[in-house]
Design a binder for this molecule. Structure first.
Ligand SMILES: [Zn+2]
Length: 136
């Protein structure tokens, strides 16, 4: 099998994993995922790379999940408001539900999501973890 550097592979991942959204040229509203029509009616956008930092608006603990994720349960999923504006739903890694609270600062982390069966296919995904400044 032809091996590619992780960076090359990463570049080919969907925009969702690269935190690439877009920004309205008219009113500067930022969208993630990208939109083609802004609330202001403008259709002109530029690509915008989100910083990947934000805070937890709400979160929940997932105790059962589809089989391919079962090794990971329980895990936390939260709605995160990014500093750039958009809100996204993502897993919060390395966190016990008891030590999370609304308003905690989080930062994006790009890491192994799950290894599927014997094929060894590894999925990577966007997750968030508590920002260092938020850990006591
Ligand atoms: Zn706009």
């Amino acid at each position: 099998m032809h091996r590619q550097s992780p960076i090359l592979r990463w570049r080919r991942y969907p925009e969702r994993y690269r935190l690439e959204g877009n920004k309205c040229l008219e009113c500067s509203q930022i969208y993630f995922p990208k939109k083609e029509l802004c609330e202001c009616g403008c259709k002109s956008f530029v690509n915008y790379k989100l910083k990947g930092e934000g805070k937890i608006l709400t979160f929940t603990e997932i105790k059962s999940s589809p089989e391919e994720f079962s090794e990971m349960t329980p895990y936390c999923v939260g709605i995160i408001e990014l500093e750039d504006g958009p809100k996204i739903t993502a897993q919060i890694a390395d966190a016990d539900v008891t030590c999370l609270k609304v308003g905690d600062k989080v930062e994006s982390t790009f890491r192994k999501f799950t290894a599927v069966g014997d094929s060894g296919v590894i999925h990577y995904g966007l997750k968030f973890k508590k920002a260092k400044s938020s850990i006591n």
